[in-house]
Design a protein around this ligand. Structure first.
Ligand code: ATP
Length: 232
């Protein structure tokens, strides 16, 4: 099977402080993978490297067979941890801009997602709440037909009912279309039904890489396995 994301002994340091150590993994096309770990484990750093925003100091990364860079940008959609949206535009103006910016933008998905996520198009982005900003970011990410989707904390600021709606939208827009998703999250319990596989990141190293089926076959949930891996 084709690998969508490959990391081979990837290392990274911020100003000489080591953050990631010898990360090796292979994510197959179409897999939905949870990237789990405590605060500061290196999840965002890993997603930024795969998205091509940071260069690894050691090892190699391949996204759809290519080193992350301008070519892979066309095939990779990233929901960043912190806001990246132009606050001076309204939500609707931003989506109009995004349609031109992203050649893989699907207006049909945009319409469905705007309705599901109850977004008001006339609201200025600068005046949105944290959860509303996350919703706009998710529409921006999921309305693209990018083969690889990287989500950093997709439930930031999202209310309980909104989480259920977004999880179903992710399954519809990604799972059913066979897109590859790597998702960093602390919301393990709510997102675990979506995961085919989970990577547990501990102090910048992969502590465990397991399929959700293998975890369940041992009578565990992903949330209880998380506690096993990370409890002191
Ligand atoms: N720009 C930066 N300069 C220096 N250190 C950084 C920078 N960004 C992150 N770090 C450090 O790198 C480590 C890993 O951060 P990262 O954001 O990747 O962790 P995370 O697993 O995503 O954490 P969280 O769950 O809290 O979002 C942390 O100790 C953080 O303080």
């Amino acid at each position: 099977m084709r690998a969508a994301i490959e990391c081979d002994r990837v290392g990274f340091a911020y100003t000489k402080r080591p953050i990631l150590h010898e990360i090796s993994l292979r994510i197959q096309a179409g897999e939905m993978v949870g990237l789990l770990g405590p605060n500061g484990a290196g999840k965002t750093t890993m997603l930024r490297i795969i998205a091509g925003m940071l260069r690894p100091e050691a090892g190699h990364v391949r996204v759809l067979g290519q080193a992350p860079g301008w070519r892979t940008l066309f095939h990779t959609a990233l929901l960043p941890e912190r806001g990246h949206l132009p606050g001076w535009l309204t939500v609707g103006e931003w989506f109009t801009h995004a349609r031109r910016l992203y050649p893989d933008w699907s207006e049909e998905s945009e319409r469905r997602l705007v309705a599901d996520l109850a977004l008001r198009l006339d609201r200025p982005i600068a005046r949105l709440s944290r959860g509303e900003v996350t919703r706009v970011g998710l529409v921006t990410c999921l309305a693209r037909r990018a083969e690889v989707v990287l989500l950093d904390e997709p439930f930031t600021g999202i209310d309980p009912l909104g989480r259920e709606i977004i999880a179903s939208a992710m399954v519809r827009e990604c799972g059913e279309l066979g897109r590859t998703v790597l998702m960093a999250t602390h919301d393990v319990r709510e997102l675990e039904p979506l995961f085919d596989r989970v990577l547990f990141l501990k102090d910048g190293s992969i502590a465990a890489d397991e399929t959700a089926d293998a975890i369940r076959a041992r009578g565990l949930s992903v949330a209880s396995r998380y506690r096993e891996v990370f409890s002191p």
